[in-house]
Design a protein around this ligand. Structure first.
Ligand SMILES: [Zn+2]
Length: 393
């Protein structure tokens, strides 16, 4: 009986502490009295919880704040520099790694490009990047509190990458591999889910309640924020929209099916089509960056972008009809081509999406450019460390 009682009290106290902490994070700087007023907790409870948070260096006190007469209160601030998070976007032909503080401000950044590396070599590049980010992290109370990695594939709840067709990975136990190496908590996420979360928290989707993030890179994935929460499906595999069939008798896809959306609307599709136009093999000379340079003077290339944009519109139309979102955000590599893609996408939607779906619908490109996924996974690890959840009001 006694044990049960103690445990209950502990849970209640822990709950109150996270309420107070979360309130400070969201309303920094704030006084003890204002926290008590807003949370309904009594002043002595707030004071003792604040003392604990101060001792843990998760918050700090600053000089007196503004006050209308009387004794000026001491203000409490979230100590976003008490720890740092690593966010990695593991792409098919690149690694982007960032070190952020606990508020998601980027402190350091590393990037490396490669083509068609086998798993072992990507792992080596990944370890080099993580080691560098850890080594260059500013000193802090908690150090590097977690490593988040976004991958273009299906990830199960144990952090195993089950299937990443464009990387040609099967059953890679990435979470345990990286945790074993660094002894730091690791979160593995689907890159589109992480991207959706990044845009919701830091980017174009801050005000959206039902948001679809279309990650258009080598392949295509979608991340869903539904009713303000990240939706990941029964086992975490939702959003594989790059593999929805848009042509029954279409060419075969790396996933084993035929006529998948990403065969028509991804960066890979663009590069394959560009090689056909230029009558060469897909090579390092044909890159998105090179095509963007050529487009203004080459009507064939311009047409390719239009075609890719139209096909993006085809899939996005299907997504809108399914989820009735308030915001569709297009991100990842093809965000760089937004000036060429926007018109055909918008035109397709205007002409094909049912009018009632178009009410209160925004379609835009990522605000975080290529950083949505890295910021999203960095935020996952911060939240797991702080044990708070994104609260949407
Ligand atoms: Zn497919």
């Amino acid at each position: 009986m006694t044990i049960q009682h103690t445990w209950n009290q502990h849970v209640v106290k822990k709950g109150n502490k996270s309420i107070v902490f979360q309130y400070i994070i969201n309303h920094t700087p704030i006084s003890r009295a204002d926290i008590a007023k807003a949370t309904g907790l009594n002043k002595s409870t707030v004071s003792s919880l604040v003392s604990e948070l101060l001792d843990e260096n998760l918050i700090y006190e600053s000089g007196p704040g503004e006050s209308s007469g009387g004794r000026r209160p001491v203000m409490l601030l979230f100590n976003e520099l008490s720890g740092f998070s690593i966010g990695i976007d593991l792409g098919v032909n690149y690694l982007l790694g960032i070190l952020t503080d606990l508020s998601g401000n980027i402190v350091n950044e590393e990037k490396v490009h490669f083509t068609e590396l086998p798993y072992e070599q990507i792992q080596e590049e990944l370890f080099t990047m993580i080691t560098t980010l850890i080594k260059n992290a500013p000193s802090s109370t908690y150090g590097v509190i977690g490593i988040g990695i976004g991958v273009p594939g299906a990830v199960n709840k144990e952090g195993e990458v089950l299937h990443a067709p464009n990387l040609m990975w099967e059953n890679v136990k990435l979470k345990s591999i990286v945790e074993e190496k660094y002894s730091i908590p690791v979160i593995i996420a689907n890159e589109a889910n992480a991207g959706a979360y990044g845009e919701k928290k830091f980017g174009a989707g801050k005000d959206a309640n039902n948001l679809v993030y279309v990650s258009a890179g080598t392949g295509i994935g979608a991340g869903l924020i539904l009713n303000g929460q990240l939706y990941q499906g029964n086992n975490g595999f939702s959003g594989e929209m790059g593999h929805m069939t848009i042509e029954v008798d279409g060419p075969q896809c790396t996933c084993g099916s035929n006529g998948c959306w990403e065969l028509y609307a991804s960066e890979k599709a663009l590069l394959i089509k560009a090689a056909l136009v230029q009558k060469t093999a897909v090579s390092s000379e044909i890159s998105l960056e090179a095509l963007l340079k050529l487009a203004p003077e080459d009507p064939h290339i311009l047409n390719l972008f239009k075609e890719i944009g139209t096909y993006l519109g085809v899939g996005i139309n299907n997504i809108i009809q399914t989820f009735n979102p308030d915001h569709v955000i297009i991100g990842n590599r093809l965000e760089a081509a937004k000036h060429y893609l926007n018109n055909p996408i918008v035109t397709y939607i205007k002409e094909h999406t049912q009018p009632f779906h178009q009410n209160e619908l925004e379609v835009s490109f990522s605000q975080l450019s290529t950083h949505s996924t890295a910021l999203g996974v960095a935020a996952f690890t911060v939240e797991s460390f702080l044990q708070i959840e994104l609260v949407t009001t």
